[in-house]
Design a protein around this ligand. Structure first.
Ligand code: F6P
Length: 195
């Protein structure tokens, strides 16, 4: 069996301000997580001959990967966070206040709701297909550093969770989800590196 490690980026400046989307850098807490993650990865993968680190093209995942040395890094646009379209950069409160109909439609059907000029969870699930195919093909461990909505979708694929649950699955910050794919099925472990 070979592990796939899934993690969100370290806390970003926008996470602190409650803003969705964007492309900010990580906070001090986020930087601390990046160092802890590098330590964890180094220990966890020390007996592996090869492994690779996959990030999105957004700064917060690239910065989170930066303390990890010794493994090739690959950036995937398909691992970028759900595109919130016209709501990019807003807080949920602002959306509720300024675009109440959008807010309500998303609440009603979070899986199918597509942000104006942005994406839905179903769109994200679809664009992840090439990433999943490549993950299945890999023989060595992969560390995937991505974002909340994307990781909900990826995790659900491996954990075999129903489509309708995907937008609601908990994928907290500063936590590694380890998936082991063996002959007897999929095993999961979670490591919370920070509060
Ligand atoms: O708040 C962090 C974040 O990654 C946003 O960039 C993104 O829009 C959101 O989470 C996705 O979560 P939800 O689908 O619950 O709004």
């Amino acid at each position: 069996p070979r592990p796939i490690l899934l993690t969100r980026h370290g806390e970003s400046r926008d996470n602190v301000r409650g803003r969705i989307g964007g492309d900010t850098v990580i906070s001090e807490a986020g930087e601390l997580y990046a160092r802890k993650l590098a330590n964890f990865v180094e220990k966890r993968l020390k007996n592996e001959r090869t492994a690779s680190i996959w990030t999105s093209t957004l700064q917060r995942t690239i910065l989170t990967a930066s303390p990890i040395v010794g493994f090739p890094k690959i950036q995937w646009r398909a691992l970028d966070e759900i595109n919130a379209g016209v709501c990019d950069g807003m807080t949920y409160e602002e959306i509720k206040k300024n675009m109440p109909e959008e807010y309500e439609s998303r609440k009603k059907d979070k899986l199918r709701y597509r942000y104006p000029r942005g994406e839905s969870y179903l769109d994200v699930i679809q664009r992840l297909e090439p990433v999943i195919i490549e993950l299945e093909r890999q023989r060595s461990p992969v560390v995937v550093i991505s974002h909340q909505a994307v990781l909900r979708a990826l995790y659900s694929y491996f954990a075999d969770r129903p489509l309708k649950e995907i937008p609601h699955i908990e994928v907290p910050l500063h936590t590694i989800i380890e998936i082991q794919m063996g002959v007897t099925g999929v095993q999961e472990k979670r490591y919370k590196l920070m509060d």
